[in-house]
Design a protein around this ligand. Structure first.
Ligand code: PMP
Length: 437
């Protein structure tokens, strides 16, 4: 029996999001090792989590050191040096004034859930605004403030007000600036969603699972100015696109917006479970025993996080993401000249989306092509998945350590896979049994 077959028999489907039969035995840098011995260029990096590439020496050393003289396993009832140091480092790296505190968790989900509960409890305002297509997590509380299509079994918060995300490729109300969305929110404030009832606006500075959408310039500033004018807190969910991935340390720095609360995850742990929320003490110190899990503030994970922050600075990875990401986008745009299936290429730094369409004029989403393409790319040695409300956007979130030659290699593989698809060399049912999302 193969590793993949054993996985099917032993591990629950509830936590799977599968696109092809990938089974890995190891990895190094930007590559995974398949159980068939193939080296696979990893353009997902486990959805952005493996920020420094696989098995980075700095993370290994930090984990070893933390375990060699282990300062417990939790921050709940004891201070430990790595957790405190990580929090101090984040207070330095994340902009903001006044008294602020850092909450440490395991995942984007627990961090967003904590923030969602804390803003409501601390302000006494019961409502939250988020975007259609937003994915803030997979726990009950984080799903409650999300609006992603995959979460069809989730219960939304009763006070959730959902607004469209401005998609320049598919403008809402024919307004590419997103202005219509803001007009409608102003109307809602006057009607069924009084702003003094709203605790926070949750934004994804690039909508990632909802389709890797870069908002039009100026939209986030207008939206957050409006919310701020009503005393609504702004929460930037940087879980996937923060930590340098966008070519700035915090993705929201591309806009002229200073959020009240930042949420970090995925890449922060470099592949270990770690997340953080950074915000005003009035919210983050609102109560004790309010949101805690036994292993929160784990010194081993915190040490890994510190190693990630140090390496991002030492190896200048924010600049690398900007530079290699720009080259990668150029390469993908060149591909678009040859392959009419590519409707749009977009992104910032090493957060890139490629939208597939049945024809460019109508922009009709081609989910089938996305499923077949990622499967074919996997056969050719490239791992990437797709996202989006129409399941048709290839998502690229490779390690921040990616080099130009690896970007070029991925473009070549995609070129071949697109050719194979266009020439009918990929079986229509190749991805049958892989549900994706
Ligand atoms: N926020 C964003 C923007 C995400 O992309 C994700 C995961 N895709 C999450 C939160 C949840 O993170 P996790 O799965 O690590 O809990």
């Amino acid at each position: 029996m193969t590793l993949y077959q054993r996985d099917e028999r032993a591990l629950s489907k509830l936590q799977k999001l599968r696109f092809f039969p990938l089974a890995v035995t190891g990895g190094e840098g930007s590559y995974l090792t398949g159980d068939d011995g193939r080296r696979l260029l990893d353009f997902s990096a486990s959805w952005g989590a493996v920020s420094l590439g696989h098995g980075h020496g700095a993370v290994r050393e930090a984990v070893d050191r933390a375990l060699a003289d282990q300062a417990g396993a939790s921050t709940l009832s004891a201070a430990n040096e790595p957790a405190v140091k990580l929090a101090e480092a984040l207070l330095d790296l994340v902009p903001g004034g006044g008294e602020r505190r850092v909450w440490l968790g395991h995942s984007g989900s627990d961090a967003n859930e904590t923030v969602a509960r804390a803003v409501v409890a601390a302000t006494g305002r019961p409502r939250v605004i988020s975007f259609a297509g937003a994915y803030h997590g997979g726990t009950a509380g984080s799903m409650a403030i999300s609006a992603h299509g995959v979460q069809k079994h989730a219960e939304r918060a009763s006070g959730l007000h959902v607004i469209p995300y401005p998609d320049p490729y598919r403008p809402y109300g024919d307004d590419p600036t997103g202005g219509r969305i803001i007009d409608e929110l102003e109307q809602a404030f006057r009607a069924d969603c009084p702003p003094d009832q709203v605790a926070a606006l949750f934004i994804e500075p690039i909508m990632s699972d909802g389709g890797l959408i870069v908002p039009p310039k100026g939209f986030m500033k207008r939206l957050t100015d409006l919310c701020r004018s009503h005393g609504i807190l702004v929460v930037s969910d940087e879980v996937k696109v923060g930590m340098g991935r966008s070519g700035r340390f915090n993705c929201i720095e591309h806009e002229e917006v200073e959020p009240d609360i930042y949420v970090l995850g995925k890449g922060l742990g470099g592949g270990l479970p770690l997340s953080a929320a950074v915000g005003p003490a009035s919210i983050m110190d609102f109560a004790s025993s309010f949101s805690m899990q036994t292993l929160h503030g784990n010194p081993v994970c915190a040490s890994a996080g510190l190693a990630v922050l140090e390496t991002v600075a030492a190896e200048d990875l924010v600049a690398n993401a900007a530079r290699v990401g720009a080259a990668l986008q150029d390469g993908l745009r060149t591909l678009a000249h040859r392959h009419p299936m590519i409707g749009d290429v977009r992104g910032r730094g090493l957060a890139i989306g490629v939208e597939l369409v049945t024809d460019r004029a109508s922009r009709t989403p081609d989910a089938k092509a996305a499923a077949k393409l990622v499967y074919r790319a996997f056969e050719l040695g490239l791992v990437l998945y797709y996202v989006g409300a129409h399941s048709n956007v290839l998502e690229m979130t490779p390690p921040l350590t990616l080099i130009r030659a690896e970007a070029d290699a991925a473009v070549s593989i995609l070129d071949r896979a697109l050719d194979d698809l266009a020439q009918g060399r990929v079986a229509d049912d190749i991805a049958a049994g892989f549900e994706g999302w």
